[in-house]
Design a protein around this ligand. Sequence first.
Ligand code: NDP
Length: 251
Amino acid sequence: MAKALAGKVALVAGASSGIGEAAALALAEAGASVAISARRKERLEDLAKKIEAAGAKALILAGDVAEESFALGMVEQTVQAFGRLDILINSAGIIRPSEVETGSPADWRHVFDVNLHGTFYACHAAIPHMRKQGGGDIINVSSNAARRAVKVFNSYSATKNALNAFTDALRQEVGGYGIRVCVIMPGATATEVADSIPDANMRSAMQHHTHKDGAMMPADIAAAILFTLTLPSRANVSEILIRPTIDVTPT
Ligand code: NDP
């Protein structure tokens, strides 16, 4: 029996670890050819081996999505290598302490450049290809923090809130071309997202949160992504809020 995504071409930004890595592998196992991007090339090389072991093709694109030329170029390189682009997953993201009084303006801009502008660049480059093909899927990885602002991670909450608005407006813009657009908002998921927080106390508190008992695993988010991609093309799951079962906070 043909695999669900046989013949499809995907690009996953933020694929060197966590949710992006799990999503790239899930897409490969479902039969897609997968371009994988992030800054850590050696991690992408390890993932490419797993993708190939699953019987799929991989393309490594090492670079920084905060740089416009790289983010636009990764889309064009995917199309050059595989001839089309059916699925774009924007999972690159960072979190930084950012209270307004004490936060650094440069850090503030950087979080926006990675979490929001990187996604804009990739979507901007992908749409003409998907439009020409008559359809496609764009999935932007936001956060539960889009709905519940976090004082100490203000820039993170702000980027994710903006990403939700961006994604819904994009859905309105491109649905008529057969392009589905989805925002997925995970709660605590055991990944490396906290590891790059410079402040040791903040890093440890956030690592504790993302790895708490009952936290979701990256494969859980990948499974939700795969669900949206395998529905009939007339059905666009526009938002997914996915939380650990034990997380009983009200919002
Ligand atoms: P990881 O840190 O494991 O993954 C983040 C990915 O983003 C890595 O592949 C990293 O690769 C990439 N990345 C970061 N900065 C850049 C950059 N400048 N250019 C290119 N790639 C970059 O964490 P997660 O898997 O958890 O994060 C994925 C997404 O999920 C993020 O958007 C995050 O905000 C979101 N999320 C995570 C939650 C969680 O609890 N884990 C909860 C809610 C949302 P590299 O460092 O190699 O560049």
